[in-house]
Design a protein around this ligand. Structure first.
Ligand SMILES: [Ca+2]
Ligand SMILES: [Ca+2]
Ligand SMILES: [Ca+2]
Length: 222
């Protein structure tokens, strides 16, 4: 009698445990389903791209560029326009992951020289249905998750031609971690300066890729 009660209560216990396990499994599934609901989607809006010294053709004119700018205030941002027109800035937008949305800036500085200065501005737009944050930026294979105080004040230096000397300096308008709800957009801009160790009258190519993440997963890896 006592033995069968023990068996019975063991069976009940197992059944209870099973029920608890099923309940936990179910709630785990619920959580996963909730998190993956909605599409993370965003784009660089092509119509919003603004360049300070754009290369380009004007209807009825010769090849038009516009007078260059000189980074006269280094190490501070800002520039003065010169009387000469030698260099120019070209930017095309690339869809690097093939999802139909532009996510990468392909920057070409044509015929530039030390202290050449330009400015690039655009909007990013959340065209998915969950809130996002711009999570990281990849500049020529260097990854930036967050700009530290020094990078904010002095900019990020890049050795584009890989000769061991920095030739490009980038200052960011800091929109890392800014939350964008569906349909919202935000401005991102950068100042680009050609440094002293750059070659004279050279073309420099810089590729910058942006990645976004669901806002509730945002963190800065240490
Ligand atoms: Ca120019
Ligand atoms: Ca894309
Ligand atoms: Ca270099």
């Amino acid at each position: 009698m006592r033995f069968s009660v023990l068996i019975l209560s063991s069976i009940m216990m197992l059944t209870l445990l099973g029920a608890v396990a099923v309940a936990m499994w179910t709630s785990t599934l619920d959580i996963n389903t909730y998190v993956s609901t909605g599409e993370l989607d965003w784009e660089i809006m092509s119509g919003t791209l603004i360049l300070l010294d754009a290369c380009g053709l004007q209807p009825g004119e010769e090849f038009y560029r516009g007078n260059d700018w000189n980074a006269s205030f280094l190490p501070q941002p800002g520039a003065i326009q010169l009387d000469k027109d030698v260099g120019c800035t070209e930017v095309s937008l690339i869809d690097s992951d093939g999802d139909g949305d532009k996510d990468t800036l392909n920057i070409t500085l044509h015929n530039v020289y030390p202290w050449y200065y330009t400015h690039i501005a655009f909007k990013v737009h959340n065209n998915g249905d969950i809130p996002i944050k711009i999570w990281k930026i990849i500049i020529d294979n260097r990854v930036f998750y967050e700009l530290n105080e020094q990078e904010l004040q002095q900019g990020v230096e890049i050795d584009v031609d890989e000769d061991g000397k920095y030739d490009i300096l980038i200052w960011w308008g800091n929109n890392f971690g800014v939350q964008l709800h569906p349909c919202e957009s935000a401005d991102i801009s950068l100042d680009v300066t050609v440094l002293q160790d750059a070659a004279e009258n050279a073309d420099y190519h810089i590729q910058i890729t942006f990645e976004a993440i669901a806002w509730n997963e945002y963190s800065t890896p240490s």
